[in-house]
Design a protein around this ligand. Structure first.
Ligand SMILES: Cc1cc2nc3c(=O)[nH]c(=O)nc-3n(C[C@H](O)[C@H](O)[C@H](O)COP(=O)(O)OP(=O)(O)OC[C@H]3O[C@@H](n4cnc5c(N)ncnc54)[C@H](O)[C@@H]3O)c2cc1C
Ligand code: HEM
Length: 354
């Protein structure tokens, strides 16, 4: 259905094709999931409007305008009709027409309200770049206008080398006075945007940022003690949170666990040890799963379980999805309440909203 939808959309309305990236495979699945979500929420007006609001704001960076909605609606209804076959009665058609109108209205109105308070995208110049080995680069950018975000949030990024391909990266610093932010990017094998950032971005390159997103911020913590767990470049938002604790001067005790498969891959450990020397409230421990290193042996969840219990901590987890899932299970089994376990979504954030 979605293959057909995009085919007729681009054939009937070729002016919208340049808004999309060349490869549409991932997008078809996202559209379908959004439609399923809308159907699921159809009897819960508050949640439906909230979801559509996020979707509408998210679409601003794609260049979507209210004038585009009729074209999408016409092709969407035509595609549903074609694949529903005899189930597509006049009553169903009328219901879908009404539903699409409501969704479009909620998306457009949220986008308009957002437009009144902030830009859709922020061009940002690369001002510094350090290679950290293992395909990781730290890239500092300065947005051309003020960019407000909270430590622990992530931002969407578009590069000049892969226009229309938006990916998410987490600033590794709390907000700075000079408006710069540092991203830690690992080039994944065959990955377009990450490889471009690591291998092609140089000082002076201009990328574009979407608005900051995410709830893995310090305000989500309910009590005093904090547990931070990071794997690979998942360290970025955790590092920003450590800076934020220091900036606020609050009396948190912070336990930070860094995980990797091998000692070599234990990313960012020197930087974190320096921070632990500066801040007496910060304790760093490493966990290496695939190499025997005295004092560091074990997967992150094993090492966490060994040093627990953590039920009186707010936990912030960041890294590869399997690590976050298993660390979260370890903590829940140890008595941590799920609402005190914070982590980012694993993929398209707007579709992962609770
Ligand atoms: C909330 C959030 C925050 C993120 N923060 C960071 C960050 O701070 N630093 C960072 O480096 N990345 C981060 N990511 C991952 C990042 O957004 C991209 O997904 C990643 O850089 C790959 O993009 P790409 O265009 O290079 O790969 P694509 O061209 O999208 O994918 C190419 C291939 O790589 C595989 N692949 C995609 N992502 C990964 C991955 N993470 N690991 C292994 N294989 C993968 C795909 O399945 C595909 O086969 C974050 C993702 C999310 C959702
Ligand atoms: C009911 C209406 C719509 C729904 C449910 C919907 C759904 C989605 C979803 C879920 C995404 C992925 C979001 C993300 O990656 O953050 C997306 C991306 C996108 N949408 Fe929509 N959309 C709608 C209307 C429109 C309209 C009217 C346009 C304008 C032509 C549009 C253009 C785009 C573009 C250009 C992208 C980016 C594609 C990519 O990155 O691959 N959408 N849409």
């Amino acid at each position: 259905m979605t293959v057909y939808f995009y085919a007729i959309l681009f054939a009937r309305h070729p002016e919208v094709r340049p808004m999309f990236p060349p490869g549409m495979d991932a997008q078809r699945g996202r559209l379908l999931r959004a439609l399923l979500r809308i159907v699921e929420l159809v009897d819960d007006a508050g949640s439906l409007v909230r979801f559509c609001g996020h979707l509408g704001r998210d679409h601003r960076k794609f260049g979507t305008l209210s004038a585009h909605f009729p074209a999408v609606g016409e092709c969407l209804l035509a595609s549903l009709a074609r694949y529903a076959g005899p189930a597509w009665t006049a009553e169903i058609a009328a219901a879908w027409t009404k539903a699409y109108g409501a969704v479009a209205e909620a998306m457009i109105s949220a986008a308009e309200q957002d437009e009144a308070v902030r830009p859709a995208v922020w061009p940002a110049t690369v001002v510094h770049r350090i290679s950290r080995g293992h395909g990781i680069a730290e890239i500092t950018v300065r947005p051309h206008t003020a960019y407000e975000y909270a430590a622990g949030q992530y931002v969407s990024v578009e590069t000049p080398w892969w226009p229309k391909q938006w990916r998410y990266y987490s600033p590794a610093n709390a907000p700075r006075e000079d408006n710069t932010l540092t991203l830690h990017v690992r080039a994944v094998a065959g990955g377009s945007v990450s490889s471009a950032l690591v291998h092609r971005a140089t000082v002076g390159s201009v990328i574009r940022l979407g608005p900051p997103m995410g709830d893995m911020v310090l305000d989500a913590a309910t009590f005093g003690n904090l547990l931070f767990v990071a794997g690979g470049t998942g360290l970025a938002p955790i590092r920003a949170l450590v800076e934020e604790v220091a900036r606020r001067g609050e009396r948190h005790q912070v336990d930070l666990f860094l995980g990797a498969r091998t000692g070599d891959e234990l990313y960012g450990v020197d930087d974190m040890l320096r921070m632990a020397q500066r801040y007496h409230w910060l304790t760093i421990r490493g966990a290496v799963s695939h190499e025997h290193i005295p004092g560091l042996r074990g997967s992150l969840p094993e090492v966490l379980a060994e040093f627990g219990p953590w039920y009186d901590h707010d936990a912030y987890l960041s890294g590869p999805a399997p690590m976050v899932v298993s660390a979260s299970e370890t903590l829940t089994l140890g008595g941590t309440s799920p609402d005190r376990i914070h982590h980012d979504p694993f993929e398209t954030p707007v579709l992962s909203l609770p």
